[in-house]
Write a protein that binds this ligand. Structure first.
Ligand code: FS2
Ligand code: SF4
Length: 544
């Protein structure tokens, strides 16, 4: 196996033997490799078909769903990959047939197809092992690095496009780019400049995708409003929902109404409490636990059923294996996977379990500071900056991780002086989300913008502030300190680079897939830098 797509890759280079650090087996790695080769094949055909004016919705949706399954900590189930590989072949054949009908000029010169004849898992694993990683390891290191950045960025875009599409928001230019980029990964002629151009285009298309997702969330659930969320629990039966998919949560809230079950959020679901169409359910009680790396301990202690709908899943511990259910792109072998909206089983399970035996007050946190809420206070914020009451904005955003070394972010936030505002998003915030940082002019100093899926909100706020101050984003008293782990974070980083945002601090380590040559380009053109110590970085940030 070869996989270097996440921050915790083995020895900071790649996971290559037996089992990835995340728990991905060699067999699943081979199936993911074969799936990616199959999707590239499908994308090559779909791109040609699109040029001929033939676009297929099923192909578009499948591409995103299947690519999403290959992100870190999403799907570990060989049987699900077996089905996806078969489906990729069937859809490729469908597109190929259309092409033969509609592009007679291509007769005899259709791209060669990756044809699989047997679909038993061991044959597929064997094929995946023979094909290996999608990007040749023998390429020029900078070209290989740029292709890997593109592949991982596209994975993030596909995940966001899938989230948006399930809520009815889509745009063919997003699917068009995903197909074009995946098809390009077979190109042996391009040099660094062409790949760099594709990488920045990926950032551009991700911006559009995140805008679609923002529209999807706000049209379905309303604009988030600042909301206090209890961190404790109350006596009663309970279901915990982890992941990112708000539509699943709404379905579950509807299906549990009047059943005497409280619903709690975990990890990236916390921002759900701020949406009017979700917070209106009185049995959406509170937030339980912290971020994904702590799930084995936290899920084991949760006395009800658990539903997880996207990344990040870890190997379920025996103590809760019979009460955890997956839905959407996520999967673990042996864990019951539910079709969208079919939550009878977790409900039944929750009713059969003891639930919380008593009330417990553990305080609360605020969420719901998405663009509409922050920009609703824009006048106050701008005045506070002009009056010198707000010296600097620091966006501390990104992923949490299982390894040590992320305490940097906690310390940095704890050490920010009282005249700075800290904006945060994604699951890295659980290292400091309950800190009481006080207020400036009545506005909390710690503003939770939302999930990683809400990075668009942060961008919108930054652009609006730049507009109000009549300057560019890089001239604002704003610094970005990011923590990355998986491929959604790669896509967001590419969007920031596409927007020309400079001097981003990135940690806890730099991606293994960035070659020294490509890092040089990022440093020279964008001033990207690794994090150092909280004290040193704060001093540099505040002396700007
Ligand atoms: Fe966190 Fe994991 Fe959100 Fe990432 S829950 S690291 O995949 O998507 O952020
Ligand atoms: Fe290793 Fe990360 Fe790949 Fe898992 S996703 S196999 S930890 S590089």
């Amino acid at each position: 196996m070869f996989c270097n797509q996440c921050e915790e890759t083995s020895k900071g280079v790649a996971c290559t033997v037996r089992r990835g650090v995340c728990g991905k087996s060699e067999e699943v790695a081979a199936l993911q490799d074969l799936l990616l080769h199959s999707i590239r094949d499908l994308a090559t055909h779909a791109s040609l078909a699109r040029e001929a004016g033939w676009v297929d919705e099923e192909v578009n949706h499948f591409t995103c769903e299947a690519v999403f399954a290959t992100l870190t900590n999403v799907n570990f189930d060989p049987e699900r990959f077996q089905r996806l590989i078969k489906q990729a072949q069937e859809l490729r054949d469908k597109v190929r047939e259309e092409l033969s009908k509609n592009r007679p000029d291509l007769a005899g010169s259709l791209p060669s197809a990756l044809v699989l004849e047997r679909f038993d898992i061991s044959t597929l694993i064997d094929k995946g092992n023979r094909l290996g990683f999608l990007i040749s390891l023998d390429l020029d290191p900078d070209v290989r690095s740029l292709q890997e950045i593109l592949l991982y960025g596209v994975k993030g875009v596909a995940a966001y496009a899938h989230h948006a599409q399930t809520l009815g928001q889509e745009d063919d230019s997003v699917y068009g780019f995903i197909h074009e980029a995946l098809a390009a990964l077979g190109n042996k002629e391009w040099g660094g400049e062409q790949w760099l151009d594709m990488v920045l285009r990926c950032g551009e298309i991700n911006l559009k995708t995140m805008e679609l997702l923002d529209k999807a969330h706000t049209s379905a659930f309303g604009n988030p409003v600042p909301t206090s969320v209890p961190l404790g629990h109350r006596k009663g039966k309970c279901i915990l929902v982890s992941g990112h998919d708000l539509k699943d949560l709404k379905n579950l809230l509807e299906q549990t109404q009047g059943k005497g079950i409280d619903v709690y959020t975990h990890g990236e679901m916390l921002p759900a409490h701020g949406y009017p169409e979700l917070k209106k359910f009185p049995h959406l009680f509170g937030h339980y636990g912290t971020a994904w790396p702590n799930q084995r301990k936290e899920f084991a202690a949760f006395p009800g059923a658990i539903l997880i709908n996207t990344n990040c899943i870890q190997e379920p511990h025996e103590s809760y294996r019979d009460r955890i259910f997956t839905t959407g792109p996520v999967g673990w072998p042996g864990v019951e996977h539910l079709a969208e909206g079919e939550y009878g089983k977790p409900i039944e399970k929750a009713l059969s379990l003891p639930g919380f035996e008593s009330d417990e007050d553990r305080g609360s946190v605020m969420c719901g500071f998405a663009h509409s809420a922050i920009l609703g206070s824009a006048d106050k914020i701008i005045q506070a900056v002009k009056d010198g009451k707000i010296r600097h904005f620091i966006l501390v955003g990104g992923c949490d991780g299982a390894r040590t070394g992320r305490n940097y972010y906690t310390e940095l936030v704890e050490k920010t002086p009282g005249d700075t505002m800290v904006m945060t998003l994604a699951c890295g915030k659980f290292r400091f989300f309950d800190r009481q940082l006080g207020t400036i002019e009545g506005i909390p100093r710690l503003l939770d913008i939302g999930q990683c899926n809400d990075a668009y909100s942060a961008i919108k706020v930054a652009l609006a502030l730049a507009d109000a101050f009549g300057c560019g984003v890089n001239e604002l008293p704003l610094s970005l300190v990011l923590s990355w782990y998986e491929q959604k974070a790669v896509a967001i980083l590419l969007t920031l680079l596409y927007l020309g945002v400079k001097n981003i601090r990135l940690g806890p380590t730099l991606p293994a897939f960035i070659s020294p040559g490509v890092l040089g380009v990022l440093v020279d053109n964008f001033g990207i830098k690794p994090i150092s110590s909280p004290e040193e970085d704060l001093q540099a940030i505040l002396s700007r």
